[in-house]
Design a protein around this ligand. Structure first.
Ligand code: BDP
Length: 716
């Protein structure tokens, strides 16, 4: 019996560590798992204590440092007033008495940049993490911890970095009842009902995660806005969040419903040129700043998809935006005005409408306005060419809007790393004013000295334990932050960093994971919308295929509007002989997109209507090529499944199993997309499938009959 018990104990002690290690994903990329002994020994010699002032942001930085040491090295890093010996980490601004004498080159780092340097203070070897402002120190600490998480040497450090964009914000499409529009990760993390009385500790973890990737603002509410959030009792709730985020360098912003002066103020109009309306907003803004002195500003969706706006009063977008901007300016607030507009009454190609409306307003917006432009001219599709507004409004600050939540890329269950998609948009050359004017470069170049720059990402965060609805969707939050910090950064090294931080330092694990990530978005394009197709998702929730849909009220809501497939061919003619959307791009770009011989194949059907027999680059007819792409997409998901199976036992079981199951869902849905799309297009083209490619499992009627009214995230 005793021997049996001893054996049992032995079993337990062997079994326990892995059970304890079962992870949920809550820790994101800030897991701070114990390092291997050799690294523990090495770092323990190099870092023994730290010195820091006691201001809120420096305290947050110090707490993070201690948390990291506790997790990775297993000991508490102690605070000392002075450098006690070799191995101090000295945190502070250039003004701090220990750092000032070093004469560090901080000037060019701006308010948020930082420097990490190995130095000597009082004859002792130290690491200095310095910045012009406290928030830079916090960013530096996260970078320092990343060095340890990725096992980099800590001696002879000389790192400096600064963000290239000023406004780096998440856009939460969260309603006040906690419903998240296009949210696939549970409810809103803002528990408004319990605020301001109860501040969920999760808000602090949210702030830590964002600060760790340089995000410095958050728009708390949906662009389809509710004026109630501007009521005094709600501002108290907003203040509670702002107070929590402040030490982490994160400002709060709200969406402003254009008609709030009517709904809350009892006015008869919301006309932006009406003095009473302007006065109402000014008073409201002043009230907000009394409650939240560092309030960031507003985000406004106006005259788009039913939202009220200046056009209701025959005023322009500039007149609308400037009214808010004037109210915010005395407080240093910014106004983000969305360019995502298209109108039911306008029969012109939807692709052209935002440009047509905004481009003529160049130079008419106040200095503190940022016009927020989606990466493409339609709507966050798996692949779109860059928006023609980039480069076309040289006197107006434009900010990028990416969608982190995967409304059109398979919700939370499809593994699709969006870093590659965003890199593609950011590295697109607008040729405005000249060759080499990439979107990234335009975003990072202020239109005049001191003008605002920025990037927004529609958040994929919710109440799910893993924050983003899936383990791999965390990578998209992470990549967004990294690209907002540096729009010229590349998707691959970001994926590698994320994989290492999130799944561990073993190259046998990160290698396959990075490979999966890098091909994943292209797989989605292949099985949903290959060769430049777009907007073929089912109505409303956008879950699953619906290329046959043709009966919705507005023409541009119907998938058939986008693919224009008929007996002869497929694709949307946006060339000079079609809608001439290409004419909104610089001549060099228009010449490329508009020329069937030169258009990149990935945009073929976006810009051209071609016969089914049209020869693609492969020499195959476009019909055959389409089928091959659909199958390639499905095969890519199968390959990801195989890669993931190969990681069994190398990853904590809970997260591993979750990803395995999600990949199986993705595999099934990729097949559904492939089969339904082929069944439909074949009903139009009447062409046989190329040899070796299987017929869809069911007939078209079967796919048309699939209804999923309760799919999540639908707008209400
Ligand atoms: C679309 C979404 C819708 C949003 C809209 C927007 O389907 O829920 O309200 O974009 O960006 O993609 O305003």
């Amino acid at each position: 019996m005793r021997r049996f018990l001893a054996f049992l104990l032995l079993l337990l002690s062997v079994a326990l560590p892995s059970a304890v290690r079962a992870e949920t994903g809550y820790d994101l990329w800030l897991r701070y798992q114990p390092l291997e002994q050799q690294w523990k020994d090495r770092y323990a010699r190099q870092v023994t204590h730290f010195t820091a002032a006691s201001r809120p942001t420096i305290i947050a930085a110090a707490n993070e440092l201690r948390r990291g040491f506790e997790g990775m090295l297993g000991y508490d890093l102690v605070w000392r007033e002075t450098v006690m010996g070799d191995g101090a980490v000295v945190l502070g601004t250039g003004k701090s008495p220990l750092i000032a004498p070093l004469g560090l080159p901080l000037a060019q780092l701006g308010p948020e940049g930082y420097l990490i340097r190995s130095a000597t203070i009082d004859g002792k070897r130290v690491t200095v993490i310095a910045a012009n402002q406290d928030v830079g120190v916090l960013y530096g600490v996260f970078r320092f911890l990343k060095l340890m998480q990725t096992r980099q040497p800590l001696d002879n450090l000389d790192i400096s970095d600064a963000p290239k964009l000023k406004v780096r914000v998440l856009n939460h499409w969260d309603n006040l009842d906690r419903y998240v529009e296009r949210g696939y990760a549970g409810q809103s993390i803002w528990d408004w009902q319990k605020l301001p009385g109860y501040k969920d500790p999760r808000y602090t973890d949210y702030a830590r995660a964002n600060a760790s990737i340089g995000i410095n603002g958050t728009v708390l509410t949906n662009v389809n806005a509710n004026a109630d959030v501007l009521r005094p009792e709600w501002l108290e709730k907003v203040k509670a969040l702002a107070d929590t985020f402040r030490p982490y360098g994160i400002k709060v912003y709200l969406t402003a419903r254009f008609s709030a002066p009517i709904e809350l103020g009892g006015l008869r109009t919301a006309d932006p040129l009406d003095p009473q309306v302007a006065a109402w907003w000014k008073a409201k803004v002043d009230e907000i700043y009394r409650v939240i002195p560092d309030f960031g500003g507003f985000l406004v969706k106006a005259n788009s998809e039913g939202q009220p706006g200046p056009a209701d009063y025959k005023r322009s977008h500039a007149e609308g935006a400037n009214m808010f901007a004037d109210a915010l300016a005395p407080h240093g607030g910014v106004l983000m005005w969305r360019a995502f507009v298209y109108a039911a009454e306008n029969p012109d190609d939807r692709h052209k409408q935002a440009y047509a409306e905004f481009q003529p307003l160049d130079g008419k917006f106040r200095d503190n306005v940022l016009v927020q432009v989606k990466n493409g001219a339609i709507d966050f599709q798996p692949r779109e060419p860059f928006h023609p507004l980039f480069g076309s409004m040289p006197r107006t600050p434009l900010m990028m809007e990416f969608q982190i939540t995967k409304e059109y890329l398979g919700f939370a269950t499809h593994l699709a790393y969006l870093g590659t998609m965003w890199e593609e948009a950011l590295q697109a050359d607008t040729f405005r004013p000249a060759k080499g004017s990439t979107v990234a470069k335009l975003l990072a170049t202020p239109v005049e000295p001191g003008a605002a720059t920025g990037m927004a990402g529609v958040a994929n965060i919710g109440s799910d334990i893993n924050w983003s609805g899936s383990q791999f969707d965390q990578a998209n939050w992470y990549a967004f932050g990294r690209l907002a910090w540096d729009p010229d950064a590349r998707a691959e090294p970001i994926a590698r960093d994320w994989a290492t931080l999130t799944w561990g330092n073993d190259p046998a694990v990160t290698g396959p994971i990075v490979q999966m990530m890098m091909g994943s978005r292209e797989a989605v394009v292949d099985y949903m919308t290959p060769l430049g197709l777009g907007h073929l998702m089912a109505t409303g929730h956008h879950y699953g295929p619906g290329p046959w849909i043709s009966d919705l009220a507005r023409p541009e809501w119907n998938p058939v509007y986008y693919h224009k497939a008929d007996a002869r061919g497929i694709g949307f003619d946006r060339t000079a002989t079609g809608t001439n959307a290409v004419g909104q791009y610089a001549p060099q770009v228009a010449a490329q997109f508009g020329d069937l011989k030169r258009v990149p194949e990935k945009f073929l059907l976006w810009f051209h209507h071609v016969p089914w027999t049209y020869r693609t680059a492969s020499g195959r007819a476009v019909w055959d090529e389409l089928i091959i792409r659909y199958d390639r997409g499905v095969a890519a998901v199968q390959a990801m499944q195989a890669d993931w199976d190969g990681l069994k036992g190398k990853i904590d079981p809970r997260r591993w199993a979750e990803v395995r199951d999600f990949l199986a869902i993705q595999r099934g849905e990729a097949q559904w997309w492939r089969d339904a799309s082929i069944a439909y297009f074949q009903s139009v083209s009447k062409r046989p499938l190329p040899a070796g490619h299987a017929a869809p499992a069911h007939d078209l009627e079967y796919y048309k009959a699939i209804k999923t009214p309760y799919a999540p995230g639908n707008g209400k």
